[in-house]
Design a protein around this ligand. Structure first.
Ligand SMILES: [Zn+2]
Length: 96
């Protein structure tokens, strides 16, 4: 992994996938490149900002899903109690 990316390498990485998936060293080189590069810097900074936003959006969606699920374990517990009660009733009936 070269310390300094060329504009082409930066664009390749950003177009292929989320730059966050690069190694820490690669990420740093890429960030440094777009910070100082007069050729692709402005454009690729926008691309990286967009990827940041997309990542945050995904994270928020996951958080929302998790926030909705606290009900789930309780419902599951209630369901389990009902099943247990039904099994107990069935066992009592078979004893009789
Ligand atoms: Zn560049």
């Amino acid at each position: 992994m070269p310390l300094f990316f060329t504009c082409k390498q930066v664009s390749n990485h950003l177009s292929k996938e989320d730059y966050e998936k690069l190694s820490p060293m690669g990420k740093l080189s890429l960030k440094f490149h777009v910070l100082i590069c007069p050729v692709c810097g402005a454009y690729n900074r926008q691309v990286m900002k967009f990827q940041d936003m997309a990542r945050k959006f995904r994270t928020r969606q996951e958080e929302m899903l998790e926030a909705e699920s606290p009900d789930a374990p309780r419902l599951e517990a209630e369901k389990r109690e009902k099943i247990k009660a039904a099994l107990r009733a069935a066992a009592e009936n078979s004893d009789a």
